[in-house]
Write a protein that binds this ligand. Sequence first.
Ligand SMILES: *[C@@H]1O[C@H](CO)[C@@H](O)[C@H](O)[C@H]1NC(C)=O
Ligand SMILES: *[C@@H]1O[C@H](CO)[C@@H](O)[C@H](O)[C@H]1NC(C)=O
Length: 322
Amino acid sequence: MKLFSRHTVCVLGVVLTRGALTQAYRIKDSYVGQDFYNSWTWETFDDPTHGRVDYVDKWTSMNSNLSYATDKKFIMRVDATNIVSPSSRGRASVRIISDAVYSDSVTVLELTHMPEGCGTWPAFWSLSARGPWPKGGEIDIIEGVNKNIRNLASLHTAPGCTMKPFRDQSGMTVSTDCDTSVNYNQGCGSSFIKPFSYGAAFNMAGGGWYVMERSRNKGISVWFWSRGDYSVPWAIRNGSTEFMVNPSWGLPDAHFSIESCDYNSMFDAHRMVFDTTFCGDWAGADWPNSECGSGTCNDFVNNNPRAFKKTYWEIDSLRVYT
Ligand SMILES: *[C@@H]1O[C@H](CO)[C@@H](O)[C@H](O)[C@H]1NC(C)=O
Ligand SMILES: *[C@@H]1O[C@H](CO)[C@@H](O)[C@H](O)[C@H]1NC(C)=O
């Protein structure tokens, strides 16, 4: 305390009595419709998670209508018309990454539809701009596979970041070691309990809002509100330019605390990513338990284009506040 002047101590006291969990955020960047073409990069490399996917470039995605923008929407889909040759790289899809990087911030995503279906593995996430992975961390906000209807939010980090099983979250702890080098890179994850958080259930309910706060003082939290949920904070619902993250929001669906995870050394500035892959390390591994079919995941993805009609992101807006 010697470092603080009397005045500083007093100011800290005021902040604490008004509630250490309250902090004002102001809009930094807003992405709607065409903004994704201007401020995001199409990634075309081989899927690092070994998916049966062919990530196409921006020009190809526009020409084949795999990406599509209006004034109000940005849509990213996968090829749902062609049979894929086993010798090709995989089914055509899109993976985009933000040019901007963000440290402590709140990210608000309003979605009407997310990719669903057997063989799919969509994700909305962020990763260190500097890396190399897993240095600087990875935050998975929306993720799931096959017929899942519950979202899984998780962290993947360098060694030394763990979570207690019981934390201030409404979701259920699935795994507690965030270190990518243990448990086959399962990371530390929380499965959502609220209904309609993922896949066909999310889409049937008309989508909703995902909010992720990352803060060196509070850790990382993810909230979800379904389209028809009246408890969505109005500032989130109407995209206001400024708001407080406060206890009236209720418990986050997933919370990753800083008790046994050194936020400052595990997480640096991140870029945001949307992608849709197929099979691979997770959807492929889950396939035998997914009730999706008796053949292999890769064969299903190659041979059933019509199964992917609902495998698309329909993004209303993505806003980042600092
Ligand atoms: C491209 O996709 C959009 C959005 O789904 C759709 O409205 C439009 O008709 C499609 N265009 C073509 C040429 O298929
Ligand atoms: C957001 O809600 C506030 C308060 O109800 C209202 O005054 C404002 O016009 C709304 N803004 C938008 C963009 O809908």
